[in-house]
Design a binder for this molecule. Sequence first.
Ligand code: B4P
Length: 190
Amino acid sequence: MLNIVLFGPPGAGKGTQSEKIQTKYNLIHLSTGDLFRKHLSEGTELGIEAQKFMDEGNLVPDRVVIGMVEEKIADNMDANGFIFDGFPRTIPQAESLDEMLSGRNIPIQVMVSLDVPDDELRTRLLLRGETSGRADDQNEEKINNRIRVYKEETIPVAEFYQKTGRYQSINGVGSIEDIFDRICSTIDSR
Ligand code: B4P
């Protein structure tokens, strides 16, 4: 199995690039943000619980996220591998993912981190907010909160992967195709 974590701040392009990676390497795209939005659109209890955190740009509690991911992995054990998009976002999530995967003998080979300056993130998210209908994209205050939460709660996850030699950072500014080529080179040289 090929298992990759795509990492980066909100608006770095994780969702955009994950779709391309999924197609090229024939992987299951596991986006926790997309899963929450699906639950929300179906009006499930989990979706309703997640919404209040997402709308403000805060992280959904670990126990909710981890249970949802575990279920998705268990349902897809015959896959070629997984691209984890937006997960893990906290150290407990990273530890749980390692436990889930090492128990099944399918470790994460590499975390690819998209490096994008804050001003570019704000510009991209405000632009998406004009059409996405996402409450968390619609004003600068919420976007700034998401960037702050990323720096305080999520950056330590990169250090966790760095310590175990599985971290690669790439420039996330440029055309979508150029960034995709950089990601593929990193994956192929792992
Ligand atoms: P996510 O759905 O993961 O969303 P994201 O961080 O906003 O976006 P992403 O980086 O995927 O950006 P995209 O490609 O769309 O999270 C939403 C919320 O869900 C979180 O705030 C949190 O509340 C909750 N959540 C999710 N996972 C969680 C977890 N594990 N634990 C706790 N809570 C969790 O790109 C953004 C925009 O940029 C798009 O409009 C795109 O078209 C544009 N773009 C992409 N690449 C570009 C490029 N190269 N140049 C210019 N624009 C580009």
